[in-house]
Ligand binder design. Structure first.
Ligand code: DQQ
Length: 563
């Protein structure tokens, strides 16, 4: 035992020294996605807007580019794009969190208008418990120091709860009875569960007899999220909002993905019913059909919107991460709204991102004949924001048939990858591509004739993204609920090793990580392509080089970053 402690200690020393000598050339470090200065990052935690400042905390290993020593790192921003890294907010120091300060959320208490954090502690027995932390000094506008409550832990497992499956408290919401509610992710009797607690004072919490929701079709739920969305209008809602024309979203992270359901919440009885429950349909609602996990949303009271952050992990090897000196990025913050069908959410990069747009190229009304590729030049292809509108020719029965009700879109994209010719599609973009197209990541659409309607499939094909071997090049796919007789939109954010795509104005999102060897920096190219037999038209394309966001370490006297 003693020996293994010694070797673990030694490994951390080696990783620490290595971490401080990370590679000088960093072609994969992103330029406008959020990253810590170095080392490991996973889940976003406790995002909030408080008195003019956006705060983002995240799961962080301060010592190495691999998971371990998990603490809450803390960064602040005035525009959600430029960030300053502060000292860690919460470190594992107490018996109730000594093995890790795991995920959690922030709630702003009304009246006193004080933020409070609820987080999971992995305690000295490796059991999960829930803890509180508050700002030490409310007159510090950056809320740099946080203190743990003397009453911790405020929730402990017991009564049928597996202490290893009990974590990740949500932002709390308050009912008309003035009682706070919060859910904790768990697994009870093998079923994914949102364990419900209530409190009058935020310190004494009582577990409710019934969970808010559970599913016998999934295992453990990590990082649940629960919030109202408006079924009219374009505004986001505070977690405690009460009013008509709202639905409630419940998100749970399991099986490497973030799934959500939309339903009705009846606060008096704390009953939640999903319109279509988790795993009740072959096509599952997911925030993102690529790499995106353990996400968390918050209500931005300043701009009256709900914003979502998600952890985007690496697809390269652990030794690559150690070499790079870092692992993990956050998605671009996205606004979330309920789609007008009421059946799904739509997501879109926050408006503030557009301030990084620099040199622009525009194209209009261009026909791309079947089997052709053309380059979109004039911008920095390794760091870009691209918006395209595709228009299809009239079509009827010549389209490929597909039983889209029983097929998994990801499998369909793998079988019919970017090199497989169809009738209408594949057409789309080739990004982070080398001059000769040896390396390319294809984001594309294909149209099928389903049972009762035409169906649009969106794919992100990483299979040719890099000459490197030791990289996961999985292909991702999603159906996009749009009518292909109308224009089909695609927006792709390209950021050196990240390709974050929004199809059908944000109805389907796919994020991928790629590590090209040839197509880096100014050797990276951008193309539009169509390998279908029928021509398609680009009715409009706009692409911008993207400037680098200012993501810097805080020091006294540094000029605050402003809009
Ligand atoms: N990551 C945290 C847990 C959470 C998991 C630990 C999800 O609290 O369940 O770093 O990625």
């Amino acid at each position: 035992m003693k020996g293994s402690v010694f070797w673990t200690f030694l490994l951390h020393i080696i990783l620490f020294i290595h971490g401080n000598k990370a590679k000088a050339s960093q072609p994969y470090r992103t330029s406008y996605h959020f990253q810590p200065p170095k080392n490991w990052m996973n889940d976003p935690n406790g995002p909030m807007y408080y008195k003019g400042v956006y705060h983002l905390f995240y799961q962080h290993n301060p010592y190495a580019a691999v998971a371990g020593n998990i603490s809450w790192a803390h960064s602040i921003s005035y525009n959600l794009i430029d960030w300053m890294h502060l000292d860690n907010a919460i470190n594992p120091t107490k018996p109730y969190d000594i093995n890790g300060c795991w995920s959690g959320s922030a709630t702003i208490l009304p009246g006193v208008k004080k933020p409070i954090i609820l987080y999971t502690g992995d305690n000295f027995k490796n059991q999960q418990v829930q803890n509180l932390a508050v700002p030490k000094n409310m007159s510090d506008p950056l809320l740099r120091e946080w203190v743990k409550s003397g009453r911790n832990p405020v929730m402990t497992p017991g009564n049928g709860i597996d202490p290893m499956m009990y974590r990740d408290p949500t932002t709390a919401w308050r009912g008309s009875d003035k009682i706070w509610r919060v859910i904790i992710g768990g697994q009870i009797n093998g079923h994914g569960t949102a364990i419900l607690y209530k409190s009058k004072d935020f310190v004494n919490w009582i577990r409710s007899k019934n969970p808010l929701h559970s599913s016998n079709k999934t295992g453990m739920w990590e990082c649940p999220d629960f919030y109202p969305v408006s079924s009219r209008g374009k505004k986001g809602l505070d977690s405690s909002f009460k009013g008509r024309d709202t639905k409630h979203v419940l998100k749970a992270s399991f099986g490497d993905h973030d799934y959500y359901v939309i339903g009705n919440y009846e606060s008096k009885m704390d009953r939640y019913s999903a319109d279509v429950d988790f795993m009740d349909s072959i096509v599952q609602l997911r925030y993102d059909y690529g790499m995106f996990y353990a996400s968390k949303s918050f209500y931005d009271s300043h701009k009256k919107r709900r914003i979502l952050w998600g952890w985007v992990t690496e697809a390269d090897s652990k030794s690559d991460d150690i070499n790079k000196g870092w692992s993990g990025i956050q998605s671009i913050p996205r606004t979330i709204l309920l789609d007008k069908t009421g059946k799904q959410l739509v997501q879109w990069p926050i408006k503030e991102l557009e301030k990084l747009r620099a040199r622009q190229v525009s194209l209009h009304n261009i026909e791309i004949k079947g089997g052709t590729v053309f380059e979109i030049s004039g911008i920095t292809a390794s760091q870009a924001d691209v918006e395209v509108l595709f228009e299809l020719p009239r079509f009827k029965d010549q389209i490929e048939l597909m039983d889209t009700k029983s097929v998994d879109p990801q499998q369909l994209c793998s079988q019919k990858n970017a090199s497989v010719r169809g009738v209408l599609g594949p057409f789309g973009l080739l990004v982070l591509a080398s001059n000769d197209l040896t390396e390319q990541t294809a984001i594309f659409f294909r149209i099928f004739k389903g049972y009762d309607k035409f169906v649009v499939l969106m794919c992100s094909d990483q299979s040719r993204s890099s000459l490197k071997r030791d990289v996961d090049k999985k292909i991702f796919g999603a159906f996009v609920d749009v009518d292909p007789s109308q224009k089909i939109s695609l927006r792709t954010l390209i950021d050196r090793s990240t390709v974050e795509s929004f199809g059908g104005k944000g109805k389907a999102c796919i994020t991928a990580r790629v590590y090209p060897e040839l197509a880096i920096d100014n050797k990276s190219h951008l193309y539009a392509f169509n390998y279908g037999t029928r021509s398609v038209r680009i009715s409009r394309l706009r692409a911008w080089s993207m400037k680098k966001a200012q993501i810097v370490e805080f020091h006294e006297g540094r000029k605050p970053l402003v809009n």
